[in-house]
Design a protein around this ligand. Structure first.
Ligand SMILES: Cc1ncc(COP(=O)(O)O)c(C=O)c1O
Length: 483
């Protein structure tokens, strides 16, 4: 019986051997994957920012999941053809739609090393070194913001989860029984809505606060709403301010909002997923004054620190609020959990087992150095100002408000016809042509285009090219309409 079982186990072990390539096979695979990535990166300089994707769906490995392993070269070729090429090339220097992500090569190496070692970064006692890096990275972010020593936080999968984590902490701290009112503007990111819904506060009284001509929250309107609610017996709970909206990049007047929140005892959550990390450069710090007075803050290193997708961060001025909301235990966990390297990520967020995210941020900070990040951020803000100035001087364009950070919302004013449908067509034409990728939004019911400059690969020549493409495309469209 035992002998038969041993023979069966030996057979299974042999069948599972492809899961553990030997050193030579690992080196060969690595070499193939590395060359694949090099080719992809080399194409970015001249390749378009958007390619048609319809054919990608027809192209499948057949069968997609086979019993026997495939030649890695064939699998990589499939990825190159059907995944890397079609659709928006978010790693392109000409991708300036939505909020661009990054894709630092050092972070790819960090992910590789984290996955190869697979340290357990949920609890400090399981991987003290890994959790120390998580906490050191969080402490660096908190210092950047200007939070005090008692601050804590954790790296999340992105800005939506960072906002959700903060809103749950704010609920536990100030609105455990519900009924408190929420204040935000129409430019708050829609993940705030989702977060309130998931946190069980979808029906919280919600006040949409007016914005000023630069699309920032009106402090006077917020003060009025808070006073009105107090007079009506409604308890103000949560103000959600934006440190850079998606639509226009506008930064709400954070210092004045913080002062109001302090006076009224209201929780201030700042969504800094797009803009908060511009605190690293002088221009950003000037625009973001007051952010350090937030109770909780959502950040997105996969935007403004140029990381690949999959890294957000939530910070709380008083780290105890995260522990109160998320720390838990169980009999089978108990030997873990105590540590000398500070709190464990598992005690600060809903996650338990998680990717060792810090390495993808810590490694580029070590290898490239902080100054390179600061310079890249200043460059992005400078490029947005340049784009806005150039467009302001071009006939037929409304360059919109000067950018607070690195997003410019602008539109074309056609000599004749409906401006909204013209701008919609212009955007569609630009996206279909795909050389540069911009996106759009609606402001006050009107169609606007947006140029969001946030890739570390985007430089002056790309902005000049974008201006040329815009001028050329608008003129062509106008000429077609006049025929
Ligand atoms: C201001 C703002 N908040 C929240 C989010 C959501 O972040 P994520 O897409 O990382 O979940 C975004 C994304 O663009 C954003 O710009």
């Amino acid at each position: 019986m035992i002998a038969a079982l041993r023979a069966e186990l030996d057979g299974l072990r042999a069948a599972a051997a492809p899961l553990e390539p030997d050193a030579a096979a690992r080196a060969a695979l690595m070499d193939q994957a590395f060359r694949h990535a090099q080719d992809f990166l080399a194409d970015l300089a001249d390749g378009p920012a958007n390619r048609p994707w319809d054919e990608a769906f027809a192209d499948r490995l057949e069968p997609e999941f086979a019993e026997a392993g495939r030649d890695p070269a064939a699998v990589l070729a499939y990825l190159g053809r059907s995944v890397d090429r079609p659709g928006i090339t978010t790693a392109s220097p000409r991708f300036m739609g939505y909020i661009p992500g990054g894709g630092l090569f050092h972070s790819a190496l960090g992910d590789f090393l984290a996955a190869a070692a697979n340290k357990y970064a949920g609890f400090a006692s399981a991987a003290p070194g890994a959790v120390r890096l998580e906490n050191a990275t969080i402490a660096w972010l908190a210092r950047l913001i200007g939070f005090p020593d008692g601050a804590a936080g954790t790296l999340t999968s992105g800005g939506s989860l960072a906002n959700l984590t903060a809103i749950v902490a704010a609920r536990e701290a100030r609105d455990p029984d519900g009924g408190g009112a929420v204040y935000l503007t129409r430019f708050a990111h829609y993940c705030i809505d989702k977060a309130l819904h998931i946190a069980g506060r979808a029906k919280a009284p919600r006040r949409l606060i007016e914005t000023d001509a630069a699309h920032r929250m009106s402090v006077a309107a917020l003060a009025e709403a808070l006073d009105r609610d107090r007079a009506d017996g409604v308890r103000p709970w949560l103000v959600v301010a934006s440190a850079g909206t998606v639509d226009t990049g506008a930064v709400d007047p954070l210092a004045e909002i913080a002062a109001l929140c302090e006076r009224h005892g209201v929780w201030l959550h700042v969504d800094g997923a797009y803009g908060g990390l511009f605190m690293l450069c002088d221009e950003g710090r000037a625009a973001l004054a007051g952010i350090e007075r937030a109770d909780t803050l959502a950040l997105d290193p996969h935007k403004t620190l140029f990381l690949p997708y999959g890294t957000g961060a939530v910070l709380a001025r008083d780290g105890r609020v995260l522990l109160d909301a998320f720390s838990a235990s169980a009999d089978y966990i108990r030997p873990l959990g105590e540590s000398e390297v500070g709190p464990s990520p598992a005690d600060l967020s809903p996650e338990l087992t998680r990717h060792f995210r810090a390495l993808r941020l810590w490694l580029p900070l070590q290898i490239a150095g902080v100054a390179a990040f600061r310079a890249a951020q200043s460059e992005k803000i400078g490029l947005a100002r340049y784009f806005h100035l150039r467009l302001s001087e071009m006939e037929g364009w409304d360059a919109g408000a000067p950018p607070d950070l690195s997003v410019v919302a602008f539109r074309y004013r056609p000599a004749r016809g409906d401006a909204d449908s013209f701008n919609d067509r212009l955007l569609r034409r630009l996206q279909e042509e795909g050389r540069v990728f911009l996106s759009g939004t609606r402001i006050g019911g009107a169609s606007w285009l947006r140029c969001a400059i946030l890739s570390f690969r985007t430089h002056l020549a790309h902005i000049d090219e974008t201006i040329d493409v815009l001028g050329r495309t608008a003129a062509a469209l106008q000429a077609e309409e006049e025929k």
